[in-house]
Write a protein that binds this ligand. Structure first.
Ligand code: PPE
Length: 307
């Protein structure tokens, strides 16, 4: 159960958690045409706090809305400020932020008419997405029986609510079958992404991730690519197959919620040594240093705040 906080930002004002409600005829609830973000704030080594790449997440939120043709009644600066306000008012020195843009009530039927576009930003405490042990030891993954979106069926550059029906199907199936996460292939059969993460593989010190064609342009993915390049690794954005994943030395998922989660097994094949490999460990460790303000080279990625 998600733990209640004091307040949720809703259409420009802070309302008590229990009052942040909508009508059952909310358009997005029926047709899925809304967009959202997932953003993490971390407690820093110096005792302050920082939201990781906040401006980039809000930019992606507005891009997602643009792709779906939704006119957001707040600008980037207002939304950035609102996110920080939600953390502060709830006394959160760290936490997970969930901005959501959705179509409200009015017209029913697929065409949303001139229904209002509404915006909510909630925050809660979210620990390790796949469990503390997952971050340490790695997770077990299955290739899903569900294919990831085709670029002209769903808009893969948008973090759209409706896109996640595919994710829910895949995730529930994987968990029922005893796995931690589902890996999906694209419509051509190449590795795409997981239900809520991008994927990386490592072989002979070279790092590969899928091109952006069918996947969400992950902000963690982008951060890991920059970090890995800075650490001297070759980083390729290239299509790869599931058997290339099977024979990787290391593999890991990236995402705001999942952070850097090692993969120790895929479809009953052990990946590498069956535990977090050295490259994954290094990237994970350096990633955590960055988000906690321990690497001044990446200070521009942090939106600092005090509670
Ligand atoms: N692919 C998908 C499908 C996805 O949902 C996410 C984030 C990513 C890639 C990684 O993107 P980024 O967070 O910018 O690095 N998934 C969010 C939602 C997870 C959830 O269960 O809800 C997240 O990690 O916040």
């Amino acid at each position: 159960m998600v733990q209640k906080s004091e307040k949720i930002w809703f259409d420009g004002r802070l309302v008590p958690w229990d009052e942040a409600n909508v009508h059952v005829l909310t358009h997005t609830l029926h047709y899925g045409a809304g967009v959202f973000e997932g953003i993490r704030a971390y407690e820093c080594a110096d005792g302050g706090s920082a939201v990781f790449r906040l401006e980039d997440h809000i930019r992606r939120l507005l891009d997602s809305a643009h792709i779906l043709g939704l006119t957001v009644p707040f600008d980037k600066d207002e939304l950035v400020e609102a996110c920080v306000e939600v953390l502060k008012v709830n006394g959160f020195s760290s936490g997970y932020l969930r901005p959501l843009v959705f179509i409200g009530t009015g017209a029913m039927g697929v065409h949303p008419g001139d229904n209002p576009i509404r915006v909510a930003i909630a925050a809660w405490q979210w620990g390790a997405y796949l469990g503390e042990e997952a971050l340490e030891k790695g997770i077990r993954v299955r290739t899903s029986s569900f294919t990831r979106h085709h670029v002209n069926v769903m808009m893969t550059k948008a973090k759209a609510c409706g896109n996640y029906v595919n994710s829910v199907l895949a995730k529930v199936e994987a968990v029922k079958d005893g796995y931690n996460e589902a890996l999906m292939l694209d419509t051509q059969g190449f590795v795409s992404e997981a239900s809520g993460e991008n994927i990386f593989i490592v072989r002979d010190e070279a790092i590969k991730t899928t091109p952006l064609t069918s996947v969400l342009p992950g902000i963690t993915r982008n951060s890991i690519m920059a970090l890995a390049a800075e650490l001297g690794y070759e980083v390729l954005e290239q299509l790869f197959t599931r058997d290339e994943l099977y024979i990787a030395d290391e593999a890991f998922f990236s995402g705001t919620a999942a952070e850097v989660t090692p993969i120790r097994e895929v479809d009953h094949r052990t990946i590498g040594q069956g535990k977090a490999g050295p490259v994954t460990r290094l990237l994970q460790q350096e990633f955590f240093k960055i988000v906690k303000g321990e690497n001044p080279d990446y200070a521009s990625w942090l939106h600092r705040y005090e509670i």
